[in-house]
Design a protein around this ligand. Structure first.
Ligand SMILES: C[S@@+](CC[C@H](N)C(=O)[O-])C[C@H]1O[C@@H](n2cnc3c(N)ncnc32)[C@H](O)[C@@H]1O
Length: 262
């Protein structure tokens, strides 16, 4: 089985908005993500949703008052997102065709673990954000426990993630992520996320029911990162090959690695 095959998202495009389908947990995470996005300051405020998929953030972003631009490589998912009011751009999150500092908010939900070059994705987040802008990411941690929970067990559970959708080799080194974010001018605060047990039990009786994500201290399986871009960023950190090289030594944040997610 080829893991992390992006075609899987196109093949399942009809499931994006099915709260009982294979992407159910992404609905729960969208709601959780939205809790960390401040209301838009004005009518022109822009939220860039990197790897927007089928646009599950759309109702949340509309409620918060932002213009919603979504970037993804999956054509079928983008069509679904567009039908839900997202202005879509087809392209890689590693080279986003949008201007520096254009975004008041950047979201990178459940995509870090689908690309090999975590550093480049984070650099794109920082580049797109205006000073003072908000970054929200969530991803799967590079731990044995995450491999067990998300892949070995998760993919076997009925209603769990589609088999083969994750490649544990791409799971995220949290320390390296936080370190690089700091160099890019974003102090990233990590929290662990878990589904509410009570909601999961209730969902057994009503499969499409929403499940609230709960924060927890342990970040070693599913985690979120919240940060604000500082006004002044050291020049050395942005786009510096040396900085990226440092990160490569620290972990898997290699700017030259092939993009397996596209
Ligand atoms: C797990 S889904 C997350 C979708 C959305 N963020 C959400 O939470 O509902 C991963 C998404 O990443 C997209 N993706 C993977 N690699 C990508 C890349 N290099 N550039 C753009 N999108 C990519 C896939 O097409 C898919 O839509």
């Amino acid at each position: 089985m080829r893991r992390n095959d992006p075609a899987q998202y196109d093949e399942r495009a009809d499931q994006w908005w099915d709260p009982a389908g294979g992407f159910a947990m992404l609905h729960w995470l969208a709601a959780s993500r939205a809790e960390h996005v401040p209301p838009a300051a004005g009518r022109d405020a822009l939220l860039v949703d990197l790897a927007c998929g089928g646009g599950l953030m759309a109702p949340h972003v509309a409620r918060l008052g932002y213009r919603h631009v979504g970037v993804d490589i999956g054509r079928a998912g983008l069509e679904v997102a567009r039908d839900h009011g997202v202005r879509v751009i087809r392209g890689s999150v590693l080279a986003v065709p949008l201007a520096d500092g254009c975004a008041d908010v950047v979201l990178a939900g459940e995509v870090l673990e689908h690309v090999a070059d975590h550093a480049q994705l984070l650099r794109e987040c920082a580049r797109l954000l205006r000073p003072g802008g908000t970054l929200v990411v969530d991803a799967i941690a590079a731990t044995r426990l995450a491999d067990l929970v998300a892949v070995r067990i998760g993919e076997r559970v009925p209603g769990g993630p589609p088999p083969g959708i994750h490649d544990p080799a791409l799971f995220v080194d949290r320390a390296a992520l936080v370190a690089l974010a700091g160099r890019l001018g974003i102090e990233l605060r990590l929290v662990g996320l878990r589904p509410s047990v009570r909601d999961l039990l209730a969902r057994r009786r009503a499969p499409g029911r929403n499940v609230r994500m709960r924060p927890m201290r342990y970040t070693g399986v599913l985690f979120a990162g919240y940060g604000t871009k500082r006004a002044a960023v050291e020049r050395r950190a942005v786009g510096s090959a040396r900085t990226v090289g440092d990160m490569t030594e620290a972990g898997r944040l290699d700017s030259n690695a092939p993009v397996t997610g596209s």
